[in-house]
Write a protein that binds this ligand. Structure first.
Ligand SMILES: [Cu+2]
Length: 163
C-alpha cells in the first residue's frame, strides 16, 4: 500500500497549504468534519466540491463510521429536517458547497469520539456523466467550526463589560 500512503501524505500537504486537490475530475476543497462529544453517534462533514465535467456525489466510507451518507437539510414548516439523498448533483464547472444547514456528508454509527484537531480518513464516491465511479481519499481535519470562517468573534469580547 505504498502508493496509498504517499497519496494520503500528498493530500495532507495540500490540505495544510490550502491548495486544491485534483483527483479524477472532482476537486475537493476546505473539507472538515464537526467534532463530537463522547457517546455521539453521528456528525457531518462539509466541503466544497467542483467537477470540471460534471459528476454526482453518490456516497462515501470511513473507518470511523459504520455508514456514510449524503444528506440534505431543509426547513419543513419551521422545523429543520435532514434526510439521505441518493446523489448530489455537481454541475460542470460549478462549485457546490456542502455546509451546515444544507447538503452534507453524514457519518453515522461513529465508532469513536472525533476530537478537534485530529483527522478522519474519508473516502468519497463519485459517478461521472457516464456512470463511471471514482473515489477520492481524504484525510479530513476535525474542527468545531468551519476553518477560515468568521468564527470565534474574539474581538467582540468585552464589549458588554461594565466597570
Ligand atoms: Cu445529516
Amino acid at each position: 500500500m505504498k502508493f496509498k500512503t504517499q497519496f494520503q501524505a500528498l493530500v495532507a500537504t495540500l490540505a495544510l497549504t490550502g491548495s486544491a486537490l485534483y483527483a479524477q475530475t472532482v476537486e475537493v476543497k476546505d473539507a472538515w468534519v464537526r467534532s463530537t462529544v463522547q457517546g455521539q453517534k453521528a456528525t457531518g462533514a462539509f466541503m466544497k466540491l467542483s467537477a470540471k465535467d460534471g459528476a454526482k456525489l453518490v456516497g462515501g466510507a470511513s473507518p470511523v463510521a459504520g455508514a456514510v451518507e449524503v444528506h440534505e437539510m431543509k426547513m419543513e414548516g419551521d422545523v429543520m429536517k435532514m434526510r439521505a439523498v441518493p446523489a448530489l448533483d455537481l454541475p460542470a464547472g460549478k462549485t457546490v458547497e456542502l455546509k451546515s444547514g444544507g447538503y452534507h456528508v453524514m457519518l453515522l454509527d461513529l465508532k469513536t469520539t472525533l476530537k478537534k484537531d485530529s483527522t478522519v480518513p474519508l473516502t468519497l464516491l463519485f459517478k461521472d456523466g457516464k456512470g463511471v465511479e471514482s473515489k477520492v481519499d481524504l484525510q479530513v481535519p476535525v474542527s468545531t467550526t468551519a476553518p477560515g470562517g468568521h468564527g470565534a468573534g474574539m474581538a467582540e469580547h468585552g464589549h458588554g463589560m461594565k466597570h
